[in-house]
Design a binder for this molecule. Structure first.
Ligand code: ADP
Ligand code: MG
Ligand code: ZN
Length: 529
């Protein structure tokens, strides 16, 4: 009897006891569903303008996207091509035969009472995206944390095409809601991953890399804050003693409007589910929202199943067939993708990881950088490898920090950038050849940015040119030496810092217009007398 009692206790509480004894934790499993609004001229099934910046409500609408009786949809070829392009870039198998289906549900932002989507024949399937993840290893012997980079492959289950809904506005204190159908019928791509993700950080990385790819492909602006890219998280915890084979009950998190909240909501949800499971309770399958201020997830509703949508083939649209030529043509239009560019930038320009990453995210800035480098090409060729690296470093530093600073959070393409690559290259040359000090360089660059002039005329016009008269410079050096007897003594006692200090004084006195190495040369000459 006793044995039976323990056996029973052991069986029903087996997992919990094991987890407790071995201090095991539940293993998180995460899959993402990501929507992206496509960048096309017109909407998905009518010729209304697809303009996400239109502020006038119900301005870009017609009989079709407002679902008037008797209207018929016509599929937007450009949108189909853009989804296929994305699928190809993400290593998917592209469907030869495809079709649209109706997904039925009632909601005021959906005028037809159904959404045209794709069910069992999505445009793309079975792809993957490799992401760079950092891994922490704990070395037991010395309790050291060791971080290393690892490539992790996240499989993509499918990418399909559908239409966006309208948007609802709920005015404060009103007993009604307003409907704006400008967004209704905008082409929307949905990507679904396999549950291959295991942490908030990985999910964020996937979404960030996908955003860069969508932008490189020119298929979407993919701005999360503007809702052009929306990430939904599916997350469950599985019992480690079951060998991680059987997945747990999943919870879906919606309304995440930044990469940060994607990561945070997952981290929160892992903790929440862990606590529930450890106390022996069960997870309810439901949709949860993210509370931005409290930084918690909260229950919204229990999830509807696919069955509720009564999917069936869209009778008003013909099935789709794509031949090899059509697909090959799209393939040939795929530009260099971020991962290839990372490799090339690292190899070609010997830039460090952080600099490369800034260029990857800011595509326009990196293209400008490459134009500047190509202007410098001929001149660079006459230099050694080491000098080449130095020039590249100067150019990338000025473009990343100084130019970005002048842009004041605006995108490169948003403003009329007045400095031509030729002038920028000329400017870099002057810095490299020490014709201008870094202090003068900043002033010159700011002037070039505002006027678009070439660096020589900016320097001449402002009288910022370097002091060429060595006689005059010697006079200033002597003046500084007289004023700083202690530094002179320090230098004579062998302190190199003292020389730097004196050189700094001379530079300041000449407002940065003297050549640093000439100053050093003259200082040394006079001090050795
Ligand atoms: P549903 O039919 O509920 O939408 P799907 O099978 O279509 O579920 O999967 C939707 C997303 O959820 C996919 O990204 C998938 O990888 C992920 N997913 C499925 N099952 C689980 C699970 N048990 N835990 C975490 N994610 C899951
Ligand atoms: Mg689903
Ligand atoms: Zn329309």
């Amino acid at each position: 009897l006793e044995c039976g009692f323990f056996q029973a206790l052991f069986c029903c509480k087996f997992n919990q006891i094991l987890i407790y004894l071995l201090n095991m934790t539940y293993k998180p499993t995460i899959g993402l569903e990501i929507h992206a609004e496509l960048k096309t001229n017109s909407k998905m099934f009518c010729s209304c303008k697809n303009d996400l910046d239109e502020k006038r409500p119900n301005f870009n609408i017609c009989e079709i996207c407002t679902a008037q009786p008797g209207t018929l949809p016509v599929a937007n070829e450009e949108a189909i091509k853009k989804v296929i392009k994305t699928g190809l870039a993400l290593n998917c198998k592209i469907a030869e035969d495809s079709k649209f289906d109706r997904k039925n549900y009632f909601y005021p932002d959906l005028p037809k009472g159904y959404q045209i989507s794709q069910y069992d024949q999505p445009l793309c399937e079975h792809g993957y995206l490799d992401i760079n993840v950092e891994e922490k290893h704990i070395s037991n012997s010395r309790e050291l944390e060791i971080w290393s980079n690892k490539i992790k492959r996240i499989r993509i289950r499918r990418i399909h095409l559908e239409e966006d809904t309208g948007s609802l506005l709920h005015p404060d204190d009103a007993d009604y809601s307003l409907v704006n159908l400008n967004r209704a019928g905008v082409p929307l791509m949905e990507l679904v991953t396999e549950p291959d993700i295991t942490s908030g950080k990985e999910a964020r990385k996937f979404a960030e890399e996908l955003q860069i790819i969508l932008r490189y492909l020119g298929v979407s602006f993919a701005d999360m804050e503007k809702g052009q890219m929306r990430v939904e998280v599916n997350i469950s915890l599985s019992n480690p003693s079951a060998g991680g084979k059987k997945l747990g009950t999943k919870v879906e998190i919606k309304n995440l409007n930044s990469f940060k909240t994607v990561e945070k909501s997952i981290d929160f949800e892992i903790e929440r589910q862990n606590a529930i499971l450890k106390s022996g309770k069960k997870i309810i399958q439901e949709t949860r929202g993210w509370h931005d201020k409290k930084e918690i997830t909260f229950s919204q509703r229990e999830k509807e199943s696919a069955h509720d949508y009564r999917y069936f083939p869209e009778p008003d649209l013909p099935p789709l067939y794509f031949d090899k030529e059509f697909i090959e043509k799209i393939k040939s239009e795929i530009p260099e993708l971020p991962e290839q560019k990372r490799e090339r930038f690292t190899k070609e320009y010997a830039l460090d990881k952080n600099t490369v990453e800034i260029f990857i995210v800011n595509k326009d800035l990196s293209e400008y950088f490459e134009k500047v480098i190509s202007e410098l090409d001929e001149w660079i060729e006459q230099n050694t490898d080491n000098e080449f690296k130095k020039i590249i470093k100067i150019a990338s530093n000025y473009i990343i920090s100084d130019v970005q600073g002048l842009l004041q959070n605006k995108q490169f393409v948003e403003i009329e950038f007045k400095i031509t690559p030729e002038n920028f290259a000329e400017f870099i040359k002057m810095i490299y050849q020490e014709k201008i000090s870094s202090k003068v360089a900043k002033m010159v660059l700011s002037d070039m940015f505002h006027t678009g002039s070439d660096p020589s005329s900016v320097i001449d016009g402002n009288n910022w040119g370097q002091m060429k008269d060595e006689g005059q410079m010697e006079k200033i050096v002597k003046e500084i030496i007289l004023k700083n007897p202690k530094a002179v003594l320090d230098y004579k006692a062998g302190k190199q810092n003292a020389l730097q200090f004196l050189a700094g004084q001379v530079m300041a006195k000449t407002r940065g217009t003297s050549n640093p190495s000439t100053v050093q040369k003259i200082l040394k000459k006079i001090l050795s007398n």
